[in-house]
Design a protein around this ligand. Structure first.
Ligand code: ADP
Ligand code: MG
Length: 140
């Protein structure tokens, strides 16, 4: 299986509850390695740009407000099949539909405040990593 990198965000509902360590432990136990990480607060313009693909969706404005409501931890995760593996560990978008043992099942507050983001494909992973990190900041 190919070694991949994917962009992960631990969202404001999780930083507020001080559970970033518990979430990172889930990634590490699944064989994903944190090769870059920083904590920051997104501006409205940054959150709008990051979620631009969803700008026509009814939840867009609320999503941007939520994502700017507190700090986030952005990370590059690396490992075999990292993009799909991370999505598996995260669970479905809606915690009510997420499988047992997934991050969203165990930690998400709602379909919006669902604790984590993960890239969904190689092209989006590349663009989302570049959105937050330069090469110097990614250390395998
Ligand atoms: P995922 O994060 O699982 O890839 P999407 O890309 O479809 O899900 O949506 C991006 C984010 O938008 C979700 O993680 C969630 O925070 C929010 N979201 C998605 N669907 C809804 C919804 N129906 N109502 C409110 N927020 C939503
Ligand atoms: Mg998505």
């Amino acid at each position: 299986m190919p070694v991949e990198q994917t962009l992960s965000i631990i969202k404001p509902d999780a930083t507020r509850r001080n559970i970033t360590g518990e979430i990172i432990a889930r990634f590490e136990k699944a064989g994903l390695r944190v090769v870059a990480q920083k904590r920051l607060t997104l501006s409205t313009a940054q959150a709008e740009a990051f979620y631009n693909v969803h700008k026509a969706r009814p939840f867009f404005k609320s999503l941007v407000e939520f994502m700017t409501s507190g700090p986030v931890v952005v990370q590059v995760l690396e490992g075999e099949n990292a993009i799909a593996k991370n999505r598996e560990v995260m669970g479905a978008t809606d915690p009510a539909k997420a499988a047992p043992g997934t991050i969203r099942k165990d930690f998400a507050e709602s379909i919006e405040a669902n604790s984590v983001h993960g890239s969904d494909a190689p092209e989006t992973a590349k663009a989302e990593i570049r959105f937050f990190f330069c090469d110097l900041e990614i250390v395998g």
